[in-house]
Design a protein around this ligand. Structure first.
Ligand code: F6P
Length: 524
């Protein structure tokens, strides 16, 4: 039987350990008392080295957390995901994004019946998508690629294209339009020419309001500008190919309902990445992710990096009560990583009921936030050092750089190390505002270089970490019912902004609708 973490015998033991040693834990003393602390709490996983030693936990907490994970039958849940069981219970689907990076012809013990066939389809679509990407790369007439999509159909490709700029084909510009706010699309359209542009309409459902509105406006603009050959200039990436055909889009690359939107950049949704870095680069990206999949699938829990990260997350959230995790990538090209991770973690695990619909007695996903370092140091790091609440911090650094500017990279890396050091060590002062309390945690993830493969591994690491904490909390990490209500209410409110009808609205919404209607008519 799968237990939820709070139902295991380890849960009260963890609570007792937290009361006895967790809240009074001091990092500086822990390092002084244990010469092996760094060796024990750091490890190399595929492409990612992690130092978790500057965190507020000890070996006993980690051992209890590992026992708890075993009691929850985490390994069985993990195997069920890889085998394609319908672990997305509220939608009756598998969550098989790992299949998108599984090499051709590889079968796993326990694979569900449909998996072998699905793997063939994955590779057929991948081959076709990569051929198309190569055609676009070779077509000098196409100078601009405009991806129209939102959420998982935007955040992953956008983040990865920016991250892998060092590998990007010269002579092509990549634009990402997600917001229904027309300012975003308008500024892109102002900078492109119809004959030089490929519009990629990316939407799993092909019904998302923002994407459909932007796609309609892009199509109208294209024809109004004298653009010809919609079939050549518009391509659809979707699990709803029939719907795309209704739009006259005949070049389509499909994917499947067992690929969640926020897990979809490995599928056809990755087309902008493939155009940017080429077919070989995209295959390396998949291979890096697959290497991390194999690590997660086979490494013992105690040496399994996604599992260790998730156990630390759970310790912080449920026992030390931290409410957020700051993501600080010390690499300017990872600027979109915090936004991508926000969706991955908060849309997956920001839930208050378990698989059976029972209200959970404990907290789940923390708030994720962040900005690249060193920028963040000059903005919000003040709060991390001296704010009254302790927050988790994850620093991500890259050893090699892809520019030739002297001195920058050493200083960047030194800054990352210094922040972690300062947070931990603190500095005593009699003068309150100069006092740094120290004993503040940080994790340090390190890549040798930012390459397609290392990025793939890093993202798969984060996916599996989210899967692990979701499994332990007993929640379905693969649905997102919480986004529905606002979408429905917006459909009701839009005509009211025209008509001014406020019947049945609460007083605040009614007041705002009337004000917006009034402002609209004043400016007409
Ligand atoms: O509204 C949330 C959501 O459904 C996300 O889960 C998804 O990534 C995004 O919208 C976009 O959906 P689609 O790819 O179907 O347009």
């Amino acid at each position: 039987m799968h237990l939820r973490c709070d139902e295991t015998p380890q849960w009260p033991l963890l609570q007792a350990h937290c009361d006895a040693a967790g809240r009074s834990f001091d990092l500086r003393q822990a390092f002084a008392a244990d010469a092996e602390r760094f060796a024990h709490f750091s490890q190399q996983a595929p492409y990612v080295f992690a130092d978790l030693s500057k965190n507020l936990w000890d070996r006993q907490a980690e051992a209890l957390l590992l026992d708890m994970a075993r009691a929850c039958r985490l390994e069985q849940s993990r195997d069920a995901m890889f085998a394609g069981q319908a672990i997305n219970t509220t939608e009756g689907r598998a969550a098989l994004h790992t299949l998108l990076r599984r090499p051709r012809g590889v079968a796993l013990a326990g694979d569900e019946g449909f998996v072998a066939q699905a793997l063939q389809e994955v590779h057929a679509t991948l081959d076709a998508m990569l051929d198309f990407a190569e055609q676009v790369r070779a077509d000098a007439r196409i100078t601009d690629i405009v991806n129209i999509g939102i959420g998982g159909s935007d955040l992953g490709p956008h983040m990865a294209v920016r991250a892998l700029e060092a590998y990007q084909i010269p002579g092509k510009r990549f634009h990402f339009v997600s917001n229904i706010d027309g300012h975003e699309l308008a500024s892109v359209l102002n900078s492109v020419r119809p004959e030089g542009t490929l519009f990629i309409v990316a939407s799993k459902t092909f019904t998302t309001l923002e994407t459909m509105t932007n796609a309609r406006s892009a199509l109208d603009w294209f024809t109004a500008q004298g653009g010809r050959d919609v079939a050549r200039h518009f391509v659809a990436l979707t699990a709803n190919v029939a719907k795309a055909a209704e739009w006259g889009m005949t070049t389509t690359f499909g994917f499947w309902d067992w690929v969640g939107g926020r897990y979809s950049l490995w599928s056809a949704i990755g087309l902008p990445i493939a155009i940017a870095i080429g077919a070989a680069g995209f295959r390396q990206f998949l291979a890096g992710a697959h290497a991390m999949d194999e690590h997660f699938r086979t490494a013992p829990l105690a040496a399994n990096l996604p599992v260790r990260l998730a156990l630390l997350d759970l310790w912080y959230r449920n026992f030390l009560g931290f409410t957020s995790r700051c993501i600080a990538p010390y690499h300017a090209r990872l600027q979109r990583l915090p936004a991508y991770l926000q969706q991955l973690e908060m849309e997956s695990n920001g839930k208050r009921v378990d698989h059976e619909g029972r209200t959970l007695p404990m907290a789940t996903a923390p708030v994720l936030w962040g900005e690249p370092g060193s920028n963040g140091q000059h903005a919000f790091f003040q709060l991390l050092h001296q704010g009254p609440d302790v927050q988790a911090l994850e620093i991500l650094a890259v050893r090699d750089c892809a520019h030739g500017l002297v001195g920058h990279h050493e200083m960047l890396l030194a800054s990352a190390l210094a922040q972690a050091q300062a947070l931990m060590q603190g500095r005593a002062s009699d003068c309150g505002h100069r006092h740094f309390p120290g004993n503040r945690p940080s994790s340090f993830l390190l890549l040798d270089a930012l390459t397609p493969a290392s990025l793939g591994a890093l993202l798969a690491l984060q996916e599996h970490r989210v899967f692990t904490s979701g499994s332990l909390w007993g929640i379905n990490s693969f649905d997102q019912w919480g986004v529905e209500l606002g979408k429905q209410l917006a459909q009701d409110l839009q005509p009211r902004l025209q008509s001014g009808d406020v019947t049945g609205l609460d007083a605040s919404t009614a007041g705002l609708v009337q004000r917006l209607k009034k402002l609209g008519s004043d400016s007409n």
